[in-house]
Design a binder for this molecule. Structure first.
Ligand code: C2E
Ligand code: MG
Ligand code: MG
Ligand code: MG
Length: 280
């Protein structure tokens, strides 16, 4: 009886696993095809100085123009890529397209600092570095200082020495900037942060969202801002949705912000007109 149950259970487990595996394979094939058919695109969300209303940069965020399901957000498909060979291909695509866009904006007289998002485990891959270097060479009119890579704070912690080395590599050999994304959710220790070769801290939107009604979250934002100052890092708040958020952040000396209250991510074609018309 027990044997029978056990076998049945194994059997169930196997089919569930098989199913998941099939779903994954199907999704990866679909993503591969979408790359070939050029269905991915980058949206850009402005990063601004909220005090002077100056637009200093954009964050590139991937979208999938799905033929039947509309515009898909990264949460709908990126997780399938984790650890796969295709992830390297997609990252290379993002890098190449963002650099192409920067050089187009440069030609149009619009100088912006553009950041892209990269999964921390990808930073360590040799192919990642060579892809990045080759793309930067192809777009020599782009000043490497205009280009920034955002990595999740939590991911940098997972494998500190190697990721740290990869970041240093990008900074020292290529001259590009590095930002710690979703900062405050990964529990970096202060001593650790001090040794990371980064330029920018992005305060996670959860703290910004709650800082109006929650004194603790407000204290966290204040703490991160003074930390950034002490370490001479740039700091930018994510998730600025309202005038109240903006006012509270300015109060704490956090001048840079990004969020729906400033602008939602938009297709590249809309950026120039938006920058011209920007008034918070
Ligand atoms: P992230 O890098 O932290 O990007 C910010 C996310 O918050 C974006 O979601 C953005 O649209 C959204 N957001 C911006 N302002 C506000 C706001 O005021 N309120 C709220 N509620 N949300 C706001 P999105 O585009 O869906 O991207 C989600 C995540 O997917 C990104 O988080 C990033 O980690 C990842 N991601 C996006 N594009 C790429 C990519 O090209 N490559 C990789 N590896 N990851 C990407
Ligand atoms: Mg980001
Ligand atoms: Mg973020
Ligand atoms: Mg995030």
């Amino acid at each position: 009886q027990a044997k029978l149950l056990g076998r049945n259970r194994y059997h169930l487990f196997d089919t569930a696993q098989e199913k998941a595996h099939k779903v994954l394979q199907r999704q990866l094939a679909a993503i591969k095809q979408a790359l070939e058919r050029d269905e991915f695109c980058l949206y850009y969300q402005p990063k601004v100085d909220m005090q002077s209303s100056q637009v200093f940069g954009m964050e590139a965020l991937i979208r999938w123009n799905h033929p039947t399901n509309g515009v898909l957000l990264p949460a709908a498909f990126l997780h399938y890529l984790a650890g796969s060979e295709l992830e390297v291909v997609l990252d290379a695509w993002v890098i190449e397209n963002a650099l192409k866009q920067i050089s187009l904006w440069n030609q149009a007289g619009l100088k912006l600092q553009v950041s892209i998002n990269i999964a921390p485990n990808q930073l360590k891959a040799a192919r990642f570095f060579s892809n990045l270097r080759d793309s930067l060479k192809r777009h020599a009119s782009v000043d490497p200082g205009q280009f920034q890579i955002e990595v999740l704070e939590s991911g940098v912690l997972d494998d500190q020495p190697t990721v740290c080395q990869a970041i240093q590599h990008c900074r020292d050999q290529l001259g590009i900037g590095i930002a710690l994304d979703d900062f405050g959710t990964g529990y970096s220790s202060l001593s650790h942060l001090r040794h990371l070769p980064i330029h920018t801290i992005k305060i996670d939107q959860s703290f910004v969202r709650n800082m109006i009604k929650d004194a603790n979250d407000c204290a966290i934002v204040e703490g991160v801002v003074s930390l950034a100052k002490a370490f001479k890092l740039e700091v930018i708040a994510e998730g600025v949705e309202t005038e109240q958020h903006k006012a509270a952040l300015l109060d704490l000396g956090c001048f840079r912000g990004q969020g729906y209250g400033i602008a939602r991510p938009m297709p590249a074609e809309k950026v120039q007109a938006w920058v011209r018309g920007y008034q918070f």
